[in-house]
Design a protein around this ligand. Structure first.
Ligand SMILES: N[C@@H](Cc1c[nH]c[nH+]1)C(=O)O
Length: 378
């Protein structure tokens, strides 16, 4: 192997060096502490599973972007997890199927995909999330949005905005009040994604045009959608959304709310309700979540209702790493008093012990040196 490939990481994969790792550790802890404080119990599924169990837990999951390979032991197809929500869903409806509902579970781990997303080449990301299983109504949805915001704020995110969406709205409208043929439905979805009004009308989706214009600030977008007065499918979703927004705002925190009713990118399995969270100075969404159903053992069943969110803190970590406070570290010269050092560690000092006479406290990043029994600044 030549050195060039030996020292190279594949595209979209990165090492985290000490400064960023310190920020990642602090942010992970801050996020997990908030989830724990709201009663979400952490679980740790494995990073690899049978492809089938990752792909068939919720309707709409695509395996295209998963890293897959044949398991030499079972000769079955395995995949690296690209999302932990289906794993938590599996735990909820199998080993924890008799646990009381609502069941609140949290998780943190790396997720991997074969390809980056659009222009973003990243193939491995930290995912931290919470799932509330057994309910997917207004109260449950409002809780998860509020917990996600609180967690991000505790980790140091500012200027938070929440963008609501209705992932299955177009499907529901086309199956009811605004009928479309299957071919038209595909075209209408595509043009709504592209936000192309002309092509939308040409595709037979003129009725859907107002949805394109009802995006932006929450209040104004809601007014435009309410004016369409589509009983049932739309009005039901709008009143639920209104109630969620009120509860999220009552939960406090200075957040901006927006609405993009047809946004579907990244929402593979979410149903009537979805949201993304953005933070100031951080590119792309830092969180995504929504309502979904977990397909259990009894085939043909509706599935168990759930709602949750996943945070993708990597860009937040990068943004905050630069401000990570430098830690005080105590240099222990050769021949230092080991019990004095142990006592200082016990009261919170971090120490770096000299290995040879040439070790330089300052070059090794130490703020203090042990002088006799006392730390002194270097
Ligand atoms: N796991 C989903 C978000 C989600 C969690 N729960 C429900 N939705 C994602 O990463 O896109």
């Amino acid at each position: 192997m030549d050195t060039e490939t030996r020292d190279l990481l594949p595209e979209g994969l990165e090492d985290r060096l000490p400064q960023d790792t310190a920020a990642a550790t602090r942010i992970t802890r801050a996020l997990m502490d908030v989830l724990d404080s709201h009663g979400y119990d952490r679980v740790q599924p494995p990073s690899i599973e049978f492809e089938r169990s990752l792909a068939s837990r919720m309707a709409g999951i695509q395996t295209r972007r998963m890293v897959r390979f044949v398991d030499p032991a079972s000769l079955r197809m395995m995949a690296l997890r690209s999302d932990m929500t289906p794993q938590v869903g599996r735990i909820a409806v199998t080993r924890m199927k008799n646990a009381a509902r609502p069941l609140r579970l949290a998780y943190a781990g790396q997720v991997v995909s074969l390809k980056g997303d659009g222009l973003d080449p990243t193939r491995e990301r930290l995912q931290i999330g919470a799932e509330l299983i057994g309910h997917a109504g207004v109260a449950a949805a409002a809780e998860v949005v509020a917990v996600a915001i609180e967690a991000l704020q505790a980790a140091g995110a500012t200027g938070i905005s929440v963008d609501f969406t209705l992932p299955d709205l177009v499907d529901a409208l086309s199956a009811g009040p605004w009928p479309l043929t299957p071919a038209q439905l595909a075209a209408v979805r595509r043009e709504l994604d592209a936000k192309d009004a002309g092509a939308l009308v040409q595709a037979g989706g003129a009725a859907y045009l107002p949805l394109l214009h009802a995006t932006g600030g929450f209040v104004a977008a809601m007014d435009k959608l309410s004016a369409l007065a589509v009983e049932g499918v739309l009005d039901g979703r709008l009143s639920a959304l209104q109630a969620i927004a009120e509860r999220v705002q009552a939960a406090g925190g200075d957040v901006r709310l927006t609405l993009d009713p047809t946004e579907r990118h990244g929402f593979e399995y979410q149903s009537w309700f979805g949201f993304q969270i953005f933070a100031q100075g951080v590119q792309g969404a830092v969180a995504r979540g929504g309502a979904y159903a977990i397909i259990g053992a009894d085939d043909g069943a509706e599935g168990e209702a759930a709602v949750g969110f996943s945070l993708y803190p990597d860009p937040l970590i990068t943004a905050l790493a630069a401000q990570e406070a430098k830690r005080e570290t105590l240099f222990l010269p050769l021949g230092h008093d080991a019990s004095a050092a142990a006592r200082l560690r016990a009261v919170g000092w971090r120490t770096v012990a000299a290995i040879s006479a040439g070790d330089d406290a300052r070059a090794l990043g130490c703020s203090h040196r042990l002088d006799g029994l006392e730390p002194v600044r270097v």
